[in-house]
Write a protein that binds this ligand. Structure first.
Ligand SMILES: Nc1ncnc2c1ncn2[C@@H]1O[C@H](COP(=O)(O)OP(=O)(O)OP(=O)(O)O)[C@@H](O)[C@H]1O
Length: 301
């Protein structure tokens, strides 16, 4: 049985040539959940993923990995006890180009303590990755699929997918999401999905971390985040009247009907007013909140 791992960062900072890529991050990733690591290009997602996985040493602060079988919290950098429990799959794949797929799989099977070979075989079939081909002969999408297979079949207690599935087409990405959810239900583990395809993954996520320019914008359960706003749907005039004075995140019109997404908590009085005006109130979309929270300073929303 896998032990799931919890992750904590304290004042975590990483810089490149003096420019911070991660700036004093204090994070907590609860064990056994699917976390979304969201941020715009260059916000620090890959740097964070690599640092959590022990590929990179922090310049300041630290990463601590905690699990019931680890005893004390341990730092992952150059620590095989911890890194054997972590699998980071990056978009680059980190694959040996000249090796055949079957040899890549055999190597992973020999290195990964929680590896499930049956699952690997099933997934290779499902993603139609040819096992006799060399990695360098695979299309970008099939290379990504191979990365996804390695990540899922590793069944590592902390599994991080750093935009590793972006090279796959939509049906293949959907296959990945289904396979991840099914296997996660069978073998719970801590999963981090780094992405900017927020709307695509939003229903799978339980917690999100949003980065912007290396800083933590927010860390929150998805439900709490979605409660930070509301979408109001109904006749155009009624929606406009109701939403006047709110910060508007997004608007969409279809004929005489309008959907406006606003920031702010709707109290019971406002909810009653909305119902009386014939308006439907729903939670805010994660994508709209993400765009708002990471908009360049001064952008008008
Ligand atoms: N090896 C490196 N050398 C120099 N600068 C780097 C290096 N890696 C990352 N950076 C810089 O650190 C910052 C964060 O980059 P990072 O790749 O972590 O962001 P990201 O959120 O993963 O971006 P993307 O979504 O575009 O992949 C960027 O400003 C980037 O230019």
């Amino acid at each position: 049985m896998n032990q799931t791992l919890a992750v904590r960062t304290e004042n975590l900072s990483v810089s490149f040539a003096g420019v911070p890529a991660l700036d004093r991050l204090d994070l907590r990733l609860a064990p056994g959940k699917i976390h979304g690591l969201l941020g715009r290009n260059g916000s620090g997602k890959s740097t964070l993923a690599a640092t959590l996985a022990g590929f990179r040493q922090p310049d300041e602060g630290r990463v601590l990995i905690e699990g019931s079988d680890l005893g004390t919290a341990l730092e992952p950098y150059e620590n095989a006890v911890v890194t054997s429990r972590i699998c980071l799959i990056r978009e680059s794949g980190d694959l040996v180009d000249a090796a055949a797929v079957k040899h890549v799989i055999a190597l992973a099977a020999s290195l990964r303590p929680y590896w499930d070979n049956e699952l690997a075989g099933e997934l290779l079939d499902r993603f139609e990755v040819p096992t006799n081909k060399r990695v360098q002969k695979l299309s970008r999408g099939k290379k990504s699929a191979l990365g996804v297979v390695l990540g899922l079949a590793s069944r590592a207690p902390l599994t991080i997918f750093d935009e590793s599935y972006l090279g796959m087409d939509v049906p293949s990405r959907n296959l990945f999401y289904d396979a991840l959810l099914a296997d996660y239900a069978e073998v719970p583990r801590t999963v981090v999905l780094s992405t900017h395809l927020v709307s695509e993954v939003s229903t799978m996520l339980e917690e999100v971390v949003i980065l912007d320019n290396g800083r933590l914008v927010t860390q929150s359960p998805v439900d709490a985040l979605r409660g930070r706003g509301a979408s109001i749907v109904g006749p155009v005039a009624a929606v406009d009247e109701f939403t006047a004075g709110f910060t508007v995140l997004a608007e969409e019109r279809l004929g005489g009907t309008k959907s406006t997404t606003v920031l702010g908590d709707l109290d019971p009085v406002l909810l009653a007013e909305a119902a009386a005006a014939g308006l439907e109130v729903g939670p805010v979309g994660l994508q709209d909140l993400f765009v708002h929270l990471t908009a360049p300073t001064g952008a008008s929303r």
